[in-house]
Design a protein around this ligand. Structure first.
Ligand code: GLC
Length: 420
């Protein structure tokens, strides 16, 4: 029999739940199976809270999302309660989101401090982490074995191995095979790839943490010239229009020896309908040449922010607590191979068994290179857009890397003015 306290409290709690039931609209880029999975999982939150969840699919390109969201937020749009935000956006959109500090104080300690820091602007917690990102070199184990090759540690090795395997396979009739696919479109993804090339050559990180513009240097030039050599040789010309999903498309059909992509491609590549299921593995990206050469991975990741213009902020905050929780991040890790931001999940036995890339990628992400969004603050988007344009021009044969980086340096200096 229920005790008297429960009998009195239960109807009250139920009444309170219906009185406050809210419909929460969230926007999120649609990649792979993300949104179907999110809708399914959100049913747990709906049942727990009595609220309703809607997710509106957005373009998968972070650049396209950013342009839309910035417009909506500037117009005080009240239709969207929760935004899924890229790790680089916090300083630019901080004023438009609710300060989550006091609402998450019991949860932030579970996350890697560096990620919480990336989402904190002038003491305000702008967004809660949903997952982090650090790319991998995907390679075809079967093809490397067939030709007796080892996993490339330098870009020069990758180039040689990609070319040899591609040429021999094509000669044997595998005419659709390419050596390497990556993100060559003119958008934020190219900033990520090219930052890796430049950093892997010891060429700095475009704008350094202290605000110095460093991008015009011989190592950065060497890195971009090498990447230019891939287009039309080991990579298709079409790579100049590829984002993550186009690269994954080619890869998952079995038409590439190597691919640069984020961990989400790991679970999809091993799914039932994938031609590369059980035929591939991952390694850290190759390094360049020169005294400061290293393997470099750009730090990515997505977060959850509550709009200042939401009429249902309490319910929106409760959704953000759910979607950033250990329980949900574990599901995301196990099902979608998304890297958690919760420290303990890297030692979780289920995560390790289902997605071995995750524990292996802890150090890659902890050593990942941030894009210069902290030092360039509200100007980051423009900095990035000038950078990816200079890189895209170089890859397309519009000017040499040296000329394009010299011009970029001047443009960045003008954009900075006396301070960022
Ligand atoms: C991934 C990363 C994100 C990055 C984007 C670029 O989604 O998580 O941080 O900006 O790729 O395409």
């Amino acid at each position: 029999m229920k005790n008297i306290k429960q009998m009195l409290l239960l109807p009250l709690a139920a009444a309170a739940m219906t009185a406050q039931a809210a419909e929460i609209n969230m926007v999120s880029g649609a990649t792979g199976k993300d949104l179907e999975f999110l809708k399914e999982r959100a049913k747990i939150w709906e049942a727990e809270t009595g609220h309703t969840f809607n997710v509106v699919a957005m373009p998968s390109s972070t650049t396209d999302q950013f342009a839309l969201y910035r417009q909506w937020l500037a117009a005080g749009n009240a239709d969207v309660d929760v935004y899924q935000t890229d790790v680089i956006w916090a300083p630019q959109l901080a004023d438009q989101f609710v300060d989550l500090t006091r609402h998450m104080s019991d949860l932030v300690g579970d996350h890697f401090p560096s990620i919480i820091e990336s989402q904190t602007v002038n003491g305000k917690l702008v967004a809660m982490p949903a997952f982090t990102d650090a790319p991998a070199l995907y390679y075809r184990k079967d093809l490397l074995d067939k030709y007796g090759k080892s996993v490339p540690k330098t870009w020069a090795e990758l180039e040689a191995t990609a070319k040899e395997i591609m040429d021999k396979e094509r000669a044997a009739g595998n005419s659709d095979l390419w050596g390497f696919v990556f993100q060559g479109n003119a958008y934020e993804g190219l900033t990520c790839d090219a930052l890796e090339w430049v950093k892997s050559y010891g060429g700095g990180q475009i704008v350094e943490p202290d605000g110095t513009i460093s991008v015009n240097n011989p190592q950065a030039i060497a890195a971009l010239e090498r990447a230019k050599g891939w287009v039309g040789t080991i990579a298709p010309d079409g790579v100049l229009a590829y984002q993550e999903e186009e690269s994954r498309g080619v890869w998952q059909l079995g038409n590439a020896v190597f691919m640069r992509n984020w961990p989400y491609a790991y679970s999809l590549g091993n799914s039932g309908d994938s031609a590369v299921k059980d035929k591939f593995d991952v390694a850290p990206l190759p390094q360049g040449d020169g005294p400061n050469a290293r393997s470099a991975a750009t730090l990515g990741g997505w977060n959850l922010a509550v709009s200042k213009y939401s009429a249902n902020q309490d319910a929106a905050i409760s959704l953000v607590r759910f979607l950033s929780s250990t329980e949900h991040q574990k599901a995301n890790a196990v099902e979608l191979s998304k890297l958690p931001t919760i420290v303990s999940l890297y030692d979780d036995a289920d995560v390790k068994r289902e997605q071995p890339i995750i524990p292996r990628w802890k150090n890659v992400f902890l050593n990942a290179v941030p894009r210069p969004s902290a030092p360039t603050k509200v100007k980051y988007n423009e900095v990035s857009s000038l950078f990816w344009s200079a890189v895209h021009d170089t890859l397309s044969g519009n000017g040499s890397a040296a000329d394009n980086l010299e011009e970029l340096e001047a443009e960045l200096e003008e954009l900075r003015g006396s301070a960022w």
